[in-house]
Each structure stands twice: as structure tokens, then as C-alpha cells.
Design a protein around this ligand. Structure first.
Ligand code: ATP
Ligand code: FE
Length: 355
């Protein structure tokens, strides 16, 4: 099966072509057009500007993806489009574009949940078998999900306040470092002592997989102010120590909560136990190493999809569309654009980024 995927739910316009054959899935083309420059003057994503930019860029992205794949519309078996959750104007632009192409080419159209796209990515990149455990850690998300099927996800817990990426970004800001904070704080931490500051490990004393990262930021703010009061400023080494101590606290919390989530996941005795981490924070070497060692300790395979398939893209949408199409569960109702669409209806999945 070969699907065209279309994504426009936030500030990236994207189109991709994915083929699913007997040997597995393959990304034939993936085009992402960002809008960073358009929104930069406003200090955040402006929904009206995003919707207009999506409407303008979608056709070009689709044409480019098809050209890159070397295929024409006639070679496709279907089209998948993000129908939510996200900024409604952008989602509508994408769904209208997809409807037009599907009707014109006489192709089936499948509406896809953007979060399901992220959650199914490890199947596209690493061929993971259901059920696998997914840890989503980015600037806007932090949650554990057991993926049991193309549309069966169980949320085990997540952050009750900030996402870790957000905490890295705020830490950088507090210490006078540039954005995005993650890579900069990680670089500083390389020269610092992770034991220098006894930052809290929030919620470790409580059962379950919920996490909290906003208290860490408050602790860091206090430590910084104490240093500035005592020395009239921050020593370079102190700043590195703060970064290292902060990063260690995040890594410790994620590792311990991952251990607990894995315990719950392993209760079902999966045949091929695996953990997939996705999101920008998964790029952090210290965090990654800790998670890998937890997996090794528990006999679970560790995977992390490449970053460009972890951030917003249309390959994951095309792939999720193929899975849904193969499962035969796609309905016309999936194509109704919606701003909110939790993966697991029993729990909120929208934290930080409004998803
Ligand atoms: P979402 O897509 O979930 O709404 P997002 O667009 O912010 O959120 P990503 O692009 O996946 O998510 O991740 C960006 C976040 O990852 C930023 O907060 C950034 O600071 C963080 N990050 C990137 N690299 C690192 C790193 N090496 N260590 C820690 N954090 C990192
Ligand atoms: Fe996303």
C-alpha cells in the first residue's frame, strides 16, 4: 500500500509518501515547510497566520512530495490527513486540500489523529510489534502510553504540569542561555557536577507514573538567586553545575517513572517487549543513556525514532493512515476537523501545547 500523508495541525505544513510492503514500511518522500519566520515577530504561533500559510503551502508540499517519491496520484492507494487535534484553521486547510485531491483522483481518504501519528512512528521506523511502551517527551508533551493497536492506546501517566523540554527551555532562560534550551543546557552540563545542587525529584515518593517538572524550575530559580545574592552574579562553573544538577534530576525522574511504567506494561507479558522514546528531549544523551540502562536491566528493547520523524511530519500521518486503512476501521466521522481529540478518551492528553 502507498499513501500520501498531509499534516497541517500546528506550524509545520507537511506532505509525505509512505509505502508499506511485505518487508515493512518505507518513507519514499517527506517534505516539511516550517513557519518559524512568519510567527517569530509575535512570540508564538498565531492561528490565523498559520491557517493562511498552510492554505498557501499545502499544494506545493504535496507536489514536491510526489515529485521526490517519483510517483503520480495514480500510483497511490489512498490519502491520509490529520483531522485533529490542533489549531482548527490549519486542520481545516489540510482536510479540504486532502478532500480535493482524493475526490479528483478517486482515492480513499482516511482521517488520522495527529497524536496517533506520533505514537505509531516506532512501527514505521523500527517495526515494533504491538504492544509496546511509548514515552513521549518533548517541549509540549510528557506521557507514557501502551500502544496495543493502531487505535488502541492506554495512557499510564504523564506530567501534571510542565513538559521536560519546557523545563529545559525555562532553565536556559533563568541562567541567561539561548533558546531552545535543551541542547544548550546539555552542553553546559558536560562541564558541571550533577551532584552540586540537591534539586528535588518530584513525585518519586508517590506511586504511579505521573510526573511534575515545575517545582524543579522553582528550585533552580531559588538556587540562582541565592548565588547571585552571595556573589553578585553567577560563576561560569556554578552555572554548569546547575545545568548538570537539573539535567540529572530530570533524568532520574524519567528513569524511575519509566521503570514503573515498564513494570505495568510487562504484566501483560508482551512477546517482544520494547520501549520507544520520542520527542525532542529524547535527543539528550544523559537521559537516553539512563533509559537505555533501565531497559537493559528489565530485558526490554530500547528504540528511539530519528528526530525528524519525532517532530511534526507527514510520514507518520501517511503511515497511521495505512494502519487505519488496513484495520478497516476508518470512518467518515474521522474526517471532521477537531481541535481536541485525546488518544485515550479516559484521560487528558493535552498539556502544554493545547493538544
Ligand atoms: P510538541 O511537538 O510536543 O508540541 P515541541 O515542538 O516543543 O512540542 P519537539 O520539537 O519534539 O517538541 O522538542 C523540542 C523540545 O525538546 C524543546 O523544549 C527543546 O529544548 C527540547 N530538546 C531538544 N534537544 C534537547 C536536548 N539535547 N536535551 C534536552 N531537551 C532537548
Ligand atoms: Fe506533534
Amino acid at each position: 500500500l502507498t499513501f500520501l500523508g498531509i499534516e497541517s495541525s500546528c506550524d509545520d505544513t507537511a506532505a509525505a509518501v509512505v509505502r508499506h510492503g511485505p518487508a515493512g514500511a518505507e518513507v519514499l518522500a517527506s517534505v516539511v515547510a516550517g513557519q518559524v519566520a512568519l510567527h517569530a515577530p509575535f512570540g508564538g504561533v498565531v492561528p490565523e497566520i498559520a491557517a493562511r500559510a498552510h492554505a498557501e503551502k499545502l499544494d506545493g508540499c504535496v507536489e514536491e512530495a510526489l515529485a521526490q517519491s517519483g510517483l503520480g496520484l495514480g500510483d497511490l492507494d489512498g490519502i491520509a490527513v490529520t483531522a485533529g487535534p490542533g489549531l482548527i484553521g490549519g486542520v481545516m486547510s489540510g482536510v479540504m486540500c486532502a478532500r480535493g485531491i482524493a475526490a479528483g483522483a478517486g482515492l480513499p481518504l482516511v482521517g488520522v489523529n495527529h497524536l496517533a501519528g506520533h505514537a505509531l512512528t516506532p512501527r514505521l521506523t523500527d517495526g515494533l510489534a504491538f504492544p509496546y511502551l511509548m514515552l513521549l517527551v518533548s517541549g509540549g508533551h510528557c506521557q507514557f502510553l501502551i500502544a496495543r493497536g493502531p487505535e488502541s492506546f492506554q495512557r499510564l501517566g504523564g506530567t501534571i504540569d510542565d513538559a521536560p523540554g519546557e523545563a529545559f527551555d525555562k532553565t536556559a532562560k533563568l541562567l541567561g542561555l539561548p533558546q531552545p534550551g535543551g541542547p544548550v543546557v546539555e552542553a553546559e552540563a558536560k562541564n558541571g557536577n550533577p551532584k552540586a545542587f540537591p534539586f528535588p525529584r518530584p513525585l518519586l515518593d508517590r506511586p504511579g507514573c505521573d510526573m511534575s517538572f515545575s517545582g524543579l524550575k522553582t528550585a533552580l530559580l531559588r538556587a540562582r538567586d541565592a548565588e547571585v545574592a552571595a556573589h553578585g552574579g553567577l560563576y561560569r562553573q556554578t552555572r554548569a553545575d546547575m545545568c548538570a544538577s537539573f539535567q540529572q534530576a530530570v533524568a532520574d525522574v524519567l528513569a524511575e517513572k519509566t521503570r514503573r511504567a515498564l513494570k505495568t506494561y510487562l504484566e501483560d507479558a508482551p512477546a517482544e517487549p520494547a520501549l520507544a522514546v520520542a520527542g525532542g528531549v529524547a535527543a539528550n544523551q544523559t537521559i537516553r543513556a539512563k533509559l537505555e540502562s533501565v531497559c537493559a536491566e528489565m530485558g526490554v528493547r530500547f528504540t528511539a525514532p530519528p528526530l525528524k520523524l519525532c517532530t511534526d511530519n507527514a510520514a507518520m500521518i501517511a503511515y497511521a493512515g495505512i494502519e487505519r486503512f488496513r484495520a478497516g476501521t476508518a470512518t467518515a466521522a474521522d474526517l471532521v476537523p477537531r481541535p481536541r481529540w485525546p488518544l485515550d478518551a479516559t484521560a487528558p492528553t493535552m498539556l502544554g501545547s493545547g493538544k
